[in-house]
Structures are given as structure tokens and as C-alpha cells.
Design a protein around this ligand. Sequence first.
Ligand code: TXA
Ligand code: MG
Length: 316
Amino acid sequence: MAIISSKISDAIAYLNNRNIIGIPTETVYGLAGNALDVDVISKIFEVKNRPTFDPLICHTYDIEEVKKYVRFIPNLAYDLFQKFSPGPITILLPKKDIIPDLITSGLPSVAFRIPNHTLTLELLKNISYPLAAPSANPFGYISPTNAYHVLNQLGQSIPFILDGGDCEVGLESTIIGFENGETPKIVRLGGISVEEIESVTGKINIQTSSSKPTAPGMLESHYAPKKKIRIGHIDTLLVENKNKKIGILSFSKNYENVSFINLILSKNNNTTEAAKNLFSYLRQLDDSDCEIILTEYVPQHGLGNAINDRLKRACA
Ligand code: TXA
Ligand code: MG
């Protein structure tokens, strides 16, 4: 069973010994290993049960480091890194040969991000390689936002989890790609809102949905609980499911009197707070005795569209 600890020196020792470990970030916990070591990367795919057509994100601590692994950084990509890093933004950049093809699933670009978490930044500064890290959940399931989520799901398969507390953002990073090396597009909605991205790029295309596995990663069903989950107008769904033990994940409204368990994403109607609670509340409902989870879309502003993207995939 994995050890949970905040000791960075232990985390470094495990990594240098070619292990994969759980690490905290501001978005979700990652399942991390040396991005330059193909055997280690294979282990990540294996433990996560992830198909190798779904490429991994590399993590490092500053832009100068990113430059060692990519052929060039377009000006806008540079501006985005400057404005939002360290933070929940990932950028796809043309890779140098030193980045193994297994990381990118054979694609010519590699995803890089600089996570905003004190422990993990410190860790990254004290190793000589970037860390490849997908979210530390079995493929397709809800992402982990604290060390115990990782322990419960992957604790048997890894030796160590670096404990950095609860994730501040709670949603994965926003991923930006550059078509023909120039025009930016959002390929995954995430912790930086579309409005914030557009303050740097101007109007941007959003191209996030794909059931085509070779198109990077964004499968229609993902982030899914084991329980049945339905999305729509909660009042209507309540009528349709009235004889069941119901769990409700609502945005801001209280349904405690009509449901078996009701978790409210943000009593203050705040999408940032809702994002932080989303995955851990979904998990709580999945672990509860309810038979079905009823949920609803949240308002589209701020992190709302990223939350709705996750909810849609969770219900697919
Ligand atoms: O916030 C995050 O980004 C978290 C933390 C741990 O950093 N990581 C994360 O990784 O969400 P993962 O593996 O769960 O999701 C990575 C996504 C996948 O959808 C993958 O297809 C896409 O990034 N991706 C990675 N490399 C890519 C590439 N070279 N081209 C296109 N998409 C890529
Ligand atoms: Mg993931």
C-alpha cells in the first residue's frame, strides 16, 4: 500500500529510483514519473489502465525549462505561459526528439504545463527531468483532488503519494493547441476560463469533443462515477425517479428535503467554488448508498463551461 507523506526528499528518491508516484497539483493529483524514461512512462499507462493512444502531459517549473524539450514556442504561447503560469494551463508545442514518442502517442507536439503547487514546484526544481503525469485515477473514472482519493484507487499499485492537501482549482488544466503553428484553439476546457484565455488571444476556437480516439484524448465518456447518473432539470428528474434512493448534485439550490443525499456545489452561485467541489462531491455521491445521481448544468460563465464539459462526459 502506498505511503502518504509531504516529504519532498522521499518523493525525489522514489522518482530517481524509476518509480511512479502520486503528486499534488492545483488542478488534480497526478500519477507522475520521469518523462524521459520510456520504461517509467510505460508503467504510468499500465497502472492507469490507459490506452497508449491517449498522450501524457509533461510538467516542469519554468518556461526556460520548457525550451529544452520543444523546438519553438509561438509568441502567443509564450504570452499565455507568462500570464497564467504557474497555473492551470497546458500548451501543445512541437517536441524535440528527447521527448519519447510514447508520451505524445506518436504526435509531433508535446503538452507542457507548469503546475501551481508549492510542493510540486519544489520537487520539479530538484530533479533533472520533467514529470509526465496524467490525472491519478483509473482511466475513465472521476479525477482525484486529494491524496486519499489517489490512495483508494491506485494505492495498491504505487509506493508513494506526495500529500499536498486539497487541490485549489479542482478541474484539470485548460489545454491550448496551435493549428499550423499559429492559430490558437482550446482543445480541453479547464481551470483557466475561456474569458481569461481570450484576454490574451482574442476570440478563440473551442474544439474539445471527440469520439475519435486518435484525436487527442477527449473521449465522450470520461470522469464517470460507477453509479447511474442523469443530467437535466432536477425537478423533472426527481419525478421520473421518485421510487429510488436519490443522490443530488445541485449547483446552488437545496434539495435536502426531497433527496436521500444532496451536495451543493456552491451555495453562493460561484463557478470557481463549484469547480473546486465537483470531483470530490461526485465521488462522495458515488460512495454513498444512493441508487442514482441526479445533476444539472451550471451557469456558463467563468469555469461553468469547463464544469459542464466534465458533467456531460460523466453522464455520457
Ligand atoms: O491539470 C492537468 O492537466 C492534470 C494535472 C495532473 O496536471 N493532468 C491531466 O492529465 O489532466 P490527463 O492525462 O488526465 O489529461 C491529459 C489530456 C488528455 O486528454 C490528452 O489527450 C491531452 O491532454 N494531451 C496530452 N498530450 C497531448 C498532445 N501531445 N496532443 C494533444 N493532446 C494531448
Ligand atoms: Mg484525466
